[in-house]
Structures are given as structure tokens and as C-alpha cells.
Design a protein around this ligand. Sequence first.
Ligand SMILES: [Zn+2]
Length: 241
Amino acid sequence: MKAWWRGRQYILAAVGLCLLAGAVAPRMARPAVPAKPVQQADGPLQGMTILVDAGHGGTDGGATARDSGIPEKELNLQVALLLGDALRQSGARVILTRETDMEYSRNKREDLTARLRLAREGNADLLISIHMNEYRLRGESGPQVFYRPGQEQSRLLAGAIQEAMLRELKPARERAAMAGDYFILSLDIPSALVECGFLSNAAEEKLLLTEDYQRRVAQAIRDGIVDYVSLRITQAGARPG
Ligand SMILES: [Zn+2]
């Protein structure tokens, strides 16, 4: 253990030196340091890689909250970061499509393609895209989860997340998970697009702006994912542990 740690210290020192050298001579090629994400040792999602996409970003603000004027992209990011934390705490490896206000391209299709590439290259097992809804009629409210039509596993995943959101958030309007033709759902891994609530609804907008509710939304999505994964393990039969 000690020898291992000593070896590790040398590696860290070497990496530190490389970084320093990089700072002094920025044009020098950077050494390829394999990223080793910190993983929770145990938890119901251990061994899974989950891509969490914070919808929109950069010049694409998405929907606009009707009363506060806050763009959807900001709330998506806050929920996505909280969801990433909750999933890591449950043992998953998490890939976030963005951790800041950015976009991969101003061309929408290119931007989404870059996000999907992250999922493919990172060998993601599941994909969750976070969004906020809006509608011209202010009465519409409630979270709603979408899946790609014809994808059975995505339908089950979306259903489990929808159930968990209804159970834990107790929204005034209870919606059902629905099939939806979204480009971000086009991979062959279980994928769900979560519309966390309506920014056009006064009461729901107020809730979605608070960190407390964002945390509850993230927790409900995490719980839905865990429900889906345990359902799949039960259906697959014996899997030790
Ligand atoms: Zn959106």
C-alpha cells in the first residue's frame, strides 16, 4: 500500500511538473494523462457509466422562465450538476456534456452530435438529458419524461423516472412518460429526456428556481434510474451482489 502510494506520489509530481512546464511553454505538447474519474466504491449504480446532458447552453438559451426571465440552460445545468453528484454517490461514473455555460456548435445538429459522441466514446450505459418545458398556456405544469419510440429499455427507464418524480415531487398535474422524437435520444442505449417542469407556469417556475427543489428533482431522477436498474437486474435473473 505504501509502495503503491509512493509510486503514485512520483506520478503526481511528474504530472505537476508537466503541468508547470505547460504553463511556462504553452505550445509544448501536453503529455497524455489518462483521466481517472473518482468513483464511489459501492452503491446500486456501481459499474455503470451515465451520460448526463444539461440541455442547451451558450447562444442557445432554450426556453425562458416567464416571470424571472432566466434562461432554461441555467436551470438545466444546475439540475444536471446535482444529478451528477447524486449518481456518483450511488456508485456510477458520470459524464457531463457541459459543466459551464457553453455549446459545442451554433449549429444545433452539430452541437447534439458532439454530445452523443461523448456518450459513445465514454461507453455510456445510459443517457439522461435535462430540460425545462414551456407552453403558451400558463396552466400547464408537471414533470414529463420522454423516450424514443420503439425503444423498450428507454421506455422502461423513462417510466421509472416518471414514477419516481410523481412519487417524490407530488406535482399538481400528474403526467405519464411519453414517446418523443428527439435527436438526443437517438443512441442505442437506454435514454431519457427529462422535462423537469414548466417555466411558463408561475408556481412551477418559482419551485424550479430554488436549489432545494432542484436537489429534489435530481434525487427523484436518480431514484428512478436506480429503480430501472434494479428492475432490469431482477428481469435478467441471477446477478450476484
Ligand atoms: Zn430544452
